[in-house]
Design a protein around this ligand. Structure first.
Ligand code: NIG
Ligand code: FE
Length: 403
């Protein structure tokens, strides 16, 4: 299919982009896009397009690559409305967690839900993310109170992956130690849970929450080392409240990404810039919890590869728009619109170990967005509007039931 009448086609180069290269977009006015076998076959000026029997007029709007949301906790049960109200009255997120609420209350509700219930609760959240432009979405476990509940969460992601319109990438998240104590827990994760998840093919990566109220750097090292030994990718929640050394550890171990980074300082920025690990920032958390924004500007200036995610979850970021996450990264983290587009496309895909998507270049997946605007910057300009007119995945328009 030859897509024509594209007022502007904007794309980053394929593969992860770091530092100043994050700003280097190709912007083609009056463009056309040729899709064959679900892949981009050609992109350029309309006047230079090969002649093609099947043409589709996109109505004079801008086209950009579809987004990847590299960090979500989209499967959960229950709600956190009481926490939200308590925080509005000045109680800190970490205090609520230390008292057994917060993440632990979501764990209790999630552990009590069946796989079918979890699937039904997550489906509309994933549909919202897709409508906002995300054709690929990472989904973490992490609200299982015990291993059986953790496996049910990953089974729910597996069921959803078969019938939601986006490509889902499942991650096993080792979130907080069990309430009865941590003795033996890390060993059981390494020797029981990770081997079982690997054997059943339930996750492609393992993530750990490295924080005072969760896992220490040494516990994190043990878990990530076991994950790597099983051939899984590794990721980390680090520096959300305190820079404990998790970022440096993840860079040393060759993690795909380190996510959060709100409390990162110069040492962590330097470590990320010197590594192949993607720095994933989550501006929805800064907005919702009132945390300082992650130093994305310093990270790009230092030469790091920066991605942006929603962190969709009930406690720290009830944000189900990948486009709005990029818009917030411009406002709160100091990214330029071009850097934000790169952060939400090729770099977000790289945070999941994917290099076949995120750019409109020959051989890449034909996952793209027709925007409402004639100018690609409309994607990150609007706050609360819906900048995406149509999502295409593998060259096909998504729509119908579930979207
Ligand atoms: O990425 N900080 C740790 N985990 C999640 C929040 C989960 C929750 O509050 O339910 C996050 O922010
Ligand atoms: Fe998270």
């Amino acid at each position: 299919m030859l897509y024509t009448n594209i007022a502007q086609l904007a794309t980053s180069a394929p593969g992860p982009q770091r530092g100043a290269a994050m700003r280097e977009l190709t912007v083609i006015p009056d463009a056309a896009l040729l899709v064959r076998g679900g892949q981009v076959a050609w992109a350029g000026r309309r006047q230079d397009a090969p002649s093609w029997a099947d043409e589709c007029d996109l109505g004079g709007v801008a086209v950009v690559p579809a987004l990847t949301d590299p960090h979500t906790h989209a499967v959960w049960a229950g709600d956190r409305l009481a926490d939200f109200e308590a925080r509005a009255q000045g109680v800190a997120y970490e205090t609520i967690l230390a008292r057994g609420g917060g993440i632990r209350s979501t764990m209790r509700a999630t552990a009590a839900a069946t796989v079918d219930e979890l699937v039904a609760l997550a489906r509309p959240r994933l549909a919202a993310l897709t409508r906002s432009g995300a054709a690929t979405v990472e989904v973490k476990s992490g609200y299982g109170l015990d291993f059986a509940a953790e496996l049910r969460m990953l089974e729910a992601v597996g069921v959803l992956a078969r019938d939601v319109p986006a490509t889902l990438v499942p991650t096993l998240l080792i979130h907080v130690p069990p309430p009865e104590g941590r003795a033996g827990y890390v060993r059981e994760v390494c020797e029981g849970l990770i081997p079982e998840v690997t054997r059943r093919g339930l996750a492609s990566a393992v993530d750990v929450f490295c924080e005072r109220e969760a896992f220490s750097v040494e516990e994190t090292r043990a878990i990530l080392t076991a994950a790597r030994a099983h051939g899984l990718g590794i990721k980390l929640h680090a520096d959300q409240f305190h820079a404990l050394g998790g970022t440096e550890l993840a860079c040393e171990l060759g993690a795909l990404s380190v996510d959060h980074l709100e409390a990162s300082g110069e040492a962590q920025v330097r470590a990320l810039a010197a590594s192949g690990t993607v720095a994933t920032v989550l501006p929805g958390v800064s907005l919702h919890l009132g945390l300082p924004a992650a130093p994305a500007r310093s990270l790009v200036d230092a030469g790091a590869c920066v991605a942006v995610g929603t962190d969709l979850n009930p406690g720290s970021a009830p944000l189900s728009s990948a486009a709005l996450a990029l818009a917030l990264a411009v406002r709160l983290c100091g990214l330029t619109p071009a850097e934000a587009l790169t952060a939400g496309t090729v770099n977000a895909a790289a945070a999941l170990g994917l290099r076949d998507r995120g750019a409109l270049a020959r051989g890449q997946r034909a996952d793209f967005l027709a925007l409402e605007d004639r100018d690609w910057r409309g994607l990150v300009y609007t706050l609360g509007g819906s900048p995406v007119r149509q999502v295409y995945r593998g060259g096909q328009p998504l729509g119908g039931e579930g979207l």
